[in-house]
Design a protein around this ligand. Sequence first.
Ligand code: GLP
Length: 263
Amino acid sequence: MFYIFPTATEIADFVSEQMLLRIKNQNKTVFGLATGSTMEPVYEQFIQKYRQCQPSLEQVYCFNLDEYVGLPAEHPQSYHAYMQKHLFRHVPFNQQQVFLPCGQKTANEAECQAFSALIQAQGGIDLQLLGIGTNGHIGFNEPGTPFNSRTHIVALSEQTRRDNSRFFANKNEMPTHAVTLGLKDIVEAEEVFLLATGAHKAEIMAALQRSRSDEQLPASILHEHPNAIVLLDAQAAQELDRSLCRSYQDLTRTRTAIAEKAT
Ligand code: GLP
């Protein structure tokens, strides 16, 4: 399940390629999208590759994982703004088929349930992209979140607020709450790619590799997923047990063979 790539660039190349292949080969594609620094090179390469082949996006649906509560959508650190800046402004997705959880102050339980239901109404997510927090959160599912959770509002942990406040010029603006897809919603995706890059992720990735499924380490739910893989750069992989990892070439070789068969 753990694949080591030399750098974030090779990860972005692989992931963006897999996204494009799904768009080209499937009648309909439902993406689960993530934000954060880790995803920026992925979207950058996706945009470049999209421009080269321009496949139809008519049957592509995008659902984002999470959003802060209380930041207006136009706030530069909102995930609405992030997605516009890094992806949606550059690729003509049908805006009626792009969905982000609502982060308004009035966000409530009924809206959360409706978000999970909307994904199910589209037949579920085909490919879910995930980053990981240094405390093991995925989306904003903090340690202790039940594995059977659906979209919900969460109080952010101190660690997450500390980590993410780096994006806010005024630290007081760092939100205290967020809305996130639940862990159950995430693992219902047909395929999951968890990406981790940089030395600051090395410790949590080693913990994830050693762990069994444990609600105190939210990403460990992926151990139960039949089709989830972890893609790491060499820095994030530096504390892993290498005998339990595979090289990225194994992955790219297998995927190329599958893609060739499909054409
Ligand atoms: C944030 C987001 C996650 C993201 C994670 C990692 O808190 N809620 O969806 O995966 O942190 O972010 P980064 O890629 O910037 O390290």
